[in-house]
Design a protein around this ligand. Structure first.
Ligand SMILES: [Zn+2]
Length: 447
């Protein structure tokens, strides 16, 4: 058995009481947290295993991001200052369409490197139309905990070459789920019809019907992101997004909807009744000019809200610190300065994210029996509050910290970032290989 003992300055547990522990240690046995107890020097000396001295560091649960597009990392900075449908039509669909296995692999690696180095330990990824197995391979190698699935599209009026047939989409998806979904493992399938405008009814329903065979899988789609998108959906189906999904019986507590900005009261009621979850992506919503989701209202209604960076070309970062800070700040002019306080946001980025993916019993907080998905942060810097007290911890993490504060990251009991060093990724290598792949991809997209 692999045993590790961590001695941090503070443990921010994100448990149901929001406990912050001082002078405590965390013991890890293989992939799980096996004990959290008061620090005793004698026990540390006698511990048979690796001891991680982190007396100046703060231990937090790994961050959970419930909406990511790894396939788009390569396109960062190539689709700025556009609104959603133009962004898709002019840039993202042509680029995704031009992916080959090599460029997709690099894109996934770049994304995973950035996510892990900024403290994210669980993601839900919306894949792409082709070569999805490459993303699964890279998820597996990275060590990250993930839900992922091939992005399903059998309609596309914006960019017609980028779609497939209903039959092929369903068959390819089923084969991928069969091959990569792990009932009790780190990687699970997230069925991912892209959005109403790229999916036939048959595809939307077919994806839902497959879930029965894959315990713990999720249904992951985009909804109500942009006014033009909502108008086209209404024109096409005579219903708003959620009313349409509900009419097809697609919504339940295994459904995660990215964005969910432009919604009516009836949709709010439906979402609440069905227990479906919202993946809030504040950077993306601002950058694409989509709008500001009424998150405080959703929370008041008891709707689950978690965070995601979306994709690199609409953010242009994948690091959760930006999302946490913005998720708080954008609501304050609308709802007052007490709205979305730092602790609420921290929980959204950890335990609430895990609950949104129905793995709240497994990860998202630091509690005995849970997976050892942990992050060590250095908050003792001149760029944080100097008060050195636990009262400031959430403020420090949410309002002041960045990926520069990350020291080590552990997933499933394995160090995937150790003292700033990745055992898996080399930034320079990724940079060089990424440039080469991007050049080739742009050429292919112009053919
Ligand atoms: Zn998205």
């Amino acid at each position: 058995m692999n045993k590790i003992l961590i001695i941090p300055k503070y443990i921010v547990t994100a448990d149901k009481n929001g406990a912050i522990l001082k002078n405590h240690i965390v013991e890890i046995s293989d992939d799980k947290i096996s004990n959290i107890k008061p620090l005793e020097e004698k026990e540390v000396k006698e511990f048979e295993g690796e001891v991680v001295h982190a007396e100046n560091l703060t231990l937090i649960p790994g961050f959970v991001q419930t909406h990511i597009h790894l396939c788009q990392t390569l396109f960062r900075g190539l689709a700025d200052d556009l609104e959603l449908l133009d962004w898709l039509q002019q840039r993202i669909f042509p680029y995704e369409n031009a992916h080959d296995a090599g460029s997709l692999r690099l894109s996934a690696k770049l994304g995973l490197n950035e996510l892990i180095k900024s403290g994210t330990t669980t993601i839900m990824d919306m894949g792409t139309l082709r070569h999805q197995e490459i993303i699964f391979e890279e998820l597996d190698k990275s060590g990250i905990r993930a839900f992922a699935g091939k992005c399903m599209m059998d309609e596309n009026e914006l960019f017609t070459p980028f779609k497939s047939s209903t039959k092929d989409e369903l068959r390819y998806t089923y084969d991928l789920a069969k091959e990569f979904h792990q009932d009790n493992g780190r990687i699970k399938y997230g069925f991912a019809p892209r959005f109403v405008l790229s999916c036939s009814e048959e595809l939307l329903i077919g994806a839902k019907e497959m879930m029965g065979e894959f315990g713990g899988s999720l249904y992951h789609t985009h909804s109500s992101e942009n006014r033009s998108e909502c108008a086209v959906v209404r024109k096409k189906h005579n219903k708003d997004n959620i009313e349409y999904f509900d009419s097809l019986n697609l919504l339940n507590d295994r459904t995660v909807l990215a964005h969910w900005i432009h919604v009516n009261d009836n949709e709010m009621k439906i979402l609440k009744d069905k227990g479906s979850k919202v993946a809030h992506c504040p950077s993306s919503n601002l950058k694409l000019g989509s709008g500001v989701a009424q998150i405080p209202k959703y929370l008041q209604e008891g709707i689950s809200v978690s965070l995601g960076a979306d994709g690199a070309p609409c953010n242009n970062n994948l690091n959760i610190f930006n999302e946490m800070r913005l998720a708080s700040l954008i609501q304050k002019p609308l709802h007052g300065p007490t709205a979305m306080n730092a602790e609420t946001i921290f929980r959204m980025a950890t335990i609430e994210g895990a609950k949104a993916l129905n793995i709240g019993k497994e990860t998202g907080s630091i509690e005995t029996g849970k997976k050892a998905d942990l992050v060590l942060l250095n908050l003792d810097t001149p760029f944080q509050s100097l008060s050195n007290g636990e009262d400031n911890i959430y403020s420090n993490i949410v309002y002041s910290a960045s990926k520069d504060n990350i020291v080590s990251v552990m997933i499933d009991g394995k160090m995937v970032l150790n003292g700033g060093e990745s055992p898996i990724y080399d930034d320079l290598e990724l940079f060089d290989a990424g440039r080469t792949e991007l050049k080739k991809l742009i050429k292919r997209s112009q053919n």
